[in-house]
Design a binder for this molecule. Structure first.
Ligand code: BTN
Length: 271
């Protein structure tokens, strides 16, 4: 007997936001395995461009490098945005920078938190991780159809410093643990979607340089000695001369090298 396909999770509610591209439908789940896994099941359908899956809790949240992402129910923004971007925007580096800069903007506007982006996918405050991103891409399966990107965002909102310690996460932070006051998860989630939407409009208009400069600023490493760990396992030390979607430029003595952002697994300050 053939196995019955698993039933699709049912959202407990849906929001419709007054945006241009994203969040025309936000499917809100009380509980789901993973919003990224859910959004990946929709990547065959470009008419769903801009759909957002948002969860109050996840039982199998996915993190970077095959790790899991855990968060107590109702404590965090757990969302995945499904987009079918035009060619120049499809690169993982652009997708991650887009999401990371939007979350940094939200942290600043909503909570007066000045956050930094840690290459490639983390947002840190005072050296502690407040947010992580997982970008997963799929083809639609039809030759001429666009590539889909699922941009997963896990942003800690309400956990206190004690909660994070008790959960065995001494290197994690949340908006509340940093700002010392409460925040509403849904309001923060909406704010993230609005910021992403505004930035997407700029990107579609061909303006990648605004995002590039904000990304550069939040990385905070220009002119500093850094170590680039490459995807092939090798490392490159050097002073960081430039960071952009076109390349990352390092000077090591008299040698200047330019690396594709996607070739760099980690980029960390060395002093
Ligand atoms: C990381 O820093 O390891 C990436 C974390 C990404 C977690 C988010 S939570 C919402 C979305 N759904 C998932 O399963 N993962 C991402």
């Amino acid at each position: 007997m053939s196995e019955r396909p698993a039933e699709a999770p049912v959202p407990s509610t849906r929001w419709t936001l007054a945006t241009r591209h994203l969040g025309w439908e936000v499917r809100v789940f009380d509980a789901i395995e993973s919003t990224n896994a859910y959004a990946l099941t929709l990547t065959h359908d470009p008419t769903l461009h801009g759909l957002v899956a948002l969860a109050r809790s996840q039982s199998a949240g996915r993190g970077q490098f095959g790790r899991t992402w855990t968060a107590p129910p109702d404590s965090s923004v757990l969302m995945s945005v499904l987009v079918f971007p035009p060619e120049p925007l499809r690169r993982p580096a652009v997708m991650v920078a887009w999401a990371a800069v939007a979350v940094c903007d939200v942290l600043e506007r909503v909570a007066a938190i000045d956050a930094a982006i840690k290459w490639p996918n983390d947002i840190l405050v005072g050296g502690k991780k407040l947010c992580g991103f997982l970008v997963q891409q799929r083809t639609t399966g039809h030759a001429d159809e666009p590539l889909a990107s699922v941009v997963g965002i896990g942003l800690n909102v309400t956990q206190t410093a004690d909660d994070l310690l008790a959960a065995g996460l001494p290197d994690a932070a949340s908006m509340s643990s940093v700002a010392g006051k409460p925040f509403q998860v849904d309001a923060v989630a909406r704010s993230v979607i609005y910021h992403l939407d505004e930035a997407y409009e700029r990107l579609l208009a061909g303006d990648l340089s605004t995002l590039e400069s904000l990304w550069q600023y939040r990385l905070g490493l220009l002119g500093k000695p850094v170590l680039a760990e490459l995807a092939d396992g090798s490392t490159r030390p050097g002073v960081l001369l430039d960071v952009g979607f076109g390349g990352v430029t390092l000077r090591d003595g008299v040698n200047v090298v330019r690396l594709a952002p996607e070739a760099i697994r980690h980029l960390s300050p060395t002093s």
